[in-house]
Every structure is written in C-alpha cells, then in structure tokens.
Design a protein around this ligand. Sequence first.
Ligand code: HEM
Length: 460
Amino acid sequence: DSGLPIPQPPKHWLLGNLGEIDSSNNAGSMWRLADLYGEIFRLDLAGRRVIVCSSYELVNDLCDSERFEKPVSGALEQVRVLTKDGLFTAYPGEHNWGVAHRLLMPVFGPMGIRKMFGGMMDIASQMLLQWDRFGPDHEIDTADNFTRLTFDMIGLCAFGYRFNNFYREDAHPFVTQMGDVLMEAGKRANRLAIENRLRIFSAQQTAENVAAMHALCDEIIADRKAHPQPDLQDLLNPMLQGKDPKTGESMTEENIRYNMVTFLVAGHETTSGTLGFLFYHLLKNPEKYMAAQREVDEVLGDGPFEPKHLSKLNYVRYSVFETLRYMGPISIISKHALKTDKIAGKYKVEPSDAILLNLKPFHHDAAVWGNDADDFRPERWLNGGAEALPKNSFKAFGDGERACIGRGFAEQEMIMVVAMILQNFQLEMADPSYELWPKVTLTLKPGGFKIKARRRPGRN
Ligand code: HEM
C-alpha cells in the first residue's frame, strides 16, 4: 500500500523542481507552493527527494521521536564546514553532541542564564545609550542594530569577549564573515553538485572566512587558559572545565571551538530577526504597542530592569511568542523517517526522503489557531499560554532533543530588550508606508525595516 499520492509540481528533465525555488528566498517559495498544493507536496531538488509538510496534523505526527529524527542535510550540512560536530549541525548520534548536550543543558537552564543577566544588561544599555546619542531623527536599521546587539550579548555572556559592535562604524569582521558563509551555505544547498564544483572562487572565500572565525575562537580559548577567570559565569568556563555527567569526559578543544561558533551562528541572527519582526508588528498594530508599553510601565515604572521583572512581563513574553508564530526567523526544520513509514497514516515516506516542516503555514493552521491566525494577537497566548494549546502546536524553537538549547537565553534577552526599549523610548517607523518583506539569508528578518526612537518625556 503506497498511501495517498503526494502532489508534485511539473519537473524539468535536468533540474527537477529546482526551478520552483527562488535561491534568494527559499522560504517564500515554500509558502507559495504550500498555498498551491496544500498540506503536503514533493520536490525533486538536485537529486534530493524532499517532502514538505505544512499542516498541524502532519507536523504533530512528525514530532514522534520513535519514528522520525532530525537529519543533517541540505543547508545545515553545508554549514558543517564552519561548525562541524557542534550542537546545531552534529549528525544524529554523533558522539560529541551527547557530551556537549549533557554538559551544557544545566548551564542553559533557568539558573544558568540568570547569571548572565548582568552581561545582557551591559550590552542592552550600550544600545540605548547609542540611540540617545543619535537622537530622534536618526534612522535605525533594525537588522544591523539588533545584530550588533545580539552578537555582543552572546560574545560577552558566552565567552566573556567583547565584540564592541556599538563602538564600531562597520560591524566586527566576524559578523560579516559569518553572514557570507551562511549565505553561501544556503545557496550551495540549492545548486547542482556540478555547479558547486565550478564555484571555485566562492569556495575559497568560504574557506578563508571559516579560517578567520576559527582563529578568533582559538585565540579566545588560549587567552582564557592563559588568564583563567574562575568567577566568570559564562559558557566557556564550564566548556573548558566541566565533565559530561554520563561518561565523565571533557569536551575536546576542537569541539569547544565548533560550539563557540555554533552559539554565535544559532544565537544572533535568530534573536535579532525576531526583535525586528516584533517591533514591526507592534508598530503596525498601535493598540498592541500600547498594551505592551502599559504593562512595562506597570511592572518597571521608571526604575531599572531587574531579574524579578522577567516573570511579570507576560504581555511582552506573549508578543515574542506571537512574533515567532506569525513568521519566525527559522522557516524550516527537517526530519526523516527512521524506517519506511506513513505520515499521519496517509503519506508513505522512505528514510532517504528529506521531510521539511514548513513552519509559517503550520503556525497559521486554522485547526489550531482559528480563523484569525493571520492577525497578530499576543492575547491569544494569555489563557494558559502554550500549555493550553494541543501538543506540538508551536515549533519555532524546534522539536525534541534537538530543539533549541538557547531558548531560555533568547527569551530572557528579548524580554529584557523589548521592555527596556518600551520603557524609555517612543518608536516610530522611519517610513510609515513600509510593507513587510522577509529578507532571507539562512534565517529570515524584516528586509529594509528602519525605525526612529525618541526618548519618552520624563524617562532618562
Ligand atoms: C537549535 C530556534 C536562539 C542555540 C534551534 C532550532 C531552532 C532554533 C528552530 C532547531 C533547529 C533544527 O531543528 O535544525 C531559535 C530561535 C531563537 C534561538 C527562534 C531566538 C529567537 C538561540 C540562542 C542560542 C541558540 C540565543 C545560543 C545561545 C541553539 C543551538 C541549537 C539550536 C546550540 C542546536 C541544539 C541541538 O541540536 O542540540 N534553535 N534559536 N539558539 N539553537 Fe536556537
């Protein structure tokens, strides 16, 4: 029994369905095809058979970890030139994933990230100071600004290293090198193998970028070993000194380096893009902006932000969730079947099929979110929040044991930054007629979105 047929767009004799994918906007291509073909469709991409699932019913079934797991293929596999067996790009069952995962889980837990509060405040304050200095007429490019912010936060909180992006004209070279490598990784995944082999120049460029990034990480490690800072509450100390509770092993220096780059890759564009989308939604929906600001005023008044405020800022937290639901920075997560299987008892798949979970249409499925799924409404999370939803409804942070290890870190930094901005500044769009378009690199962010920030009267 081969199950229900899976629709597929017409194929080109050589390129298969590659022509369906806009290599500079693969997320948009997947949304367009889901509109056309519905909850499931198949693509033949340069010899890879890809199955794209966009409904709650299918994604819920794919989250059964007994039958499906995260493969490392496509763009993710291309990123391995940079992050190898770091947490994000480790193959299923790869030894160093287990060591790092077990050793780092508690460090990323609620107690661990609370210790990074001071470092986050330090960087958030630098940003607000810069906004003040630039004044109310300055146009803030959200992508550039929030990337400086999130990059600096990871650098300081994870390795005690200051990239000092708020003190530079151009962002730190590491930021550009990383952007170039990720962009090229995404493109390589959608090219024929022969075409990739012909792109000698871009391969060489990638190799140079990767070498420079690894060298910086190695330098930070060497510096820490030469000048230990035993009281510093970051990730580097536990990575250098900690032991895997299961095997008693330490992380190898090479794997520490891959994970340092991993945290910078996984942790900065995602959080930065989310902040951009969030302020876009708040400015597009002034009554939601006012609701968030009202909550911040009630909780913080004009006093400094403190750890105790984090759990009280529910509207802000739900605005973050709603932003991620509406269109998050990661548009696809992947799975493959451990053996021949049928998704939701309907569609037959083989272990060699790459199954893509198409997050935007999935997070807009009326079966879970109702008929107003296309409205930005943080209120929908208020009654019981995520717990009140059917299981596996919200996958912006991935799924199962390969879900985001930095989720708590990201939530803490986003709630802090949103609250501090709303407390102190009145924002407006630099161009009131701006319409949202997602700029796609490996992640999504609002393209060309600029804001202006004016100090609120009486707040300084
Ligand atoms: C994994 C989303 C912030 C570190 C993931 C995955 C998603 C995700 C969807 C799973 C990817 C997959 O299935 O292939 C996000 C979002 C963030 C965010 C939406 C912010 C809004 C962060 C931060 C860090 C981080 C701040 C680090 C400090 C990681 C790591 C993994 C991961 C290391 C791989 C986990 C593993 O496979 O063991 N993230 N992330 N992320 N994330 Fe995040």
